[in-house]
Design a protein around this ligand. Structure first.
Ligand SMILES: Cc1cc2nc3c(=O)[nH]c(=O)nc-3n(C[C@H](O)[C@H](O)[C@H](O)COP(=O)(O)O)c2cc1C
Length: 203
């Protein structure tokens, strides 16, 4: 099984991060998780998760209980301010990184190599080690700065995945919509899943 860095930033769409974590857990993959301070605000606002953003003892366990994390894969949490954490180095064995949801702020930081926090630093590592980096971006409409940053990163091989669910699989619930986006990310990583019904053509 593989190990992925999952970074949660302060864009709307906390359901995408929750469902991504649950899918990776269900499929038996290890997760190294980090959440920015605005990311915590959105988890609180959208999922009513009252997580103390400063972390602390038992923090990992709190996260696991919110997610109903099943045994079988590892969830390890890292403070987003800790730019000396294990995942801030290319020597850490990881198979890729997903920023979900990804703000325009973090997009810009990654595009210029700012490494202002652990999210941007870990993404910088993915770029230098040529490992998969997937940004699940959430903003609308996009301005020219957003589009320029996306194009620059796409040219470097970064996967730009707007949080834009399709409707051809006839979603019935909000989870169906979120899982479409999660499934598209798993497709990019070559991970088998059945999160949505694939298009079979017009009948
Ligand atoms: C409730 C809420 C929703 C937000 N939604 C978005 C969003 O969808 N996209 C975005 O780029 N920024 C959004 N923001 C603004 C970012 O949180 C803000 O730019 C922040 O500085 C990003 O920091 P981060 O990238 O380190 O998490 C939102 C802020 C709040 C409080």
């Amino acid at each position: 099984m593989a190990a992925y860095i999952v970074a949660v930033t302060g864009a709307s769409g906390a359901i995408y991060s929750r469902n991504m974590l649950l899918a990776l857990n269900k499929l038996g993959h290890d997760v190294f998780l980090t959440v920015t301070e605005p990311g915590f605000e959105v988890l609180r606002a959208e999922l009513s998760w009252d997580l103390p953003w400063f972390g602390g003892l038992g923090f990992n366990e709190t996260f696991k209980s919110y997610l109903c994390w099943q045994a079988g894969s590892r969830l390890e949490y890292f403070d987003y301010r800790d730019v000396g954490a294990r995942i801030a180095s290319g020597s850490a064995k990881t198979d890729g990184m997903i920023v979900v949801p990804c703000t325009m702020s973090t997009l810009s930081g990654i595009a210029v190599g700012a490494s202002r926090n652990l999210v941007e630093r870990a993404a910088d590592i993915m770029l230098k080690e040529h490992r998969p980096l997937i940004l699940v971006l959430r903003e609308t409409p996009f301005n020219q700065v957003h589009l320029k940053n996306m194009l620059e990163l796409a040219r470097m091989g970064v996967h730009i995945v707007p949080a834009a669910p399709a409707f051809y699989h006839k979603p019935q619930t909000i989870d169906d919509l979120a899982n479409f986006v999660v499934g598209k990310v798993l497709d990019l990583l070559g991970i088998e899943h059945n999160l949505f019904q694939r298009w079979e053509g017009l009948t």
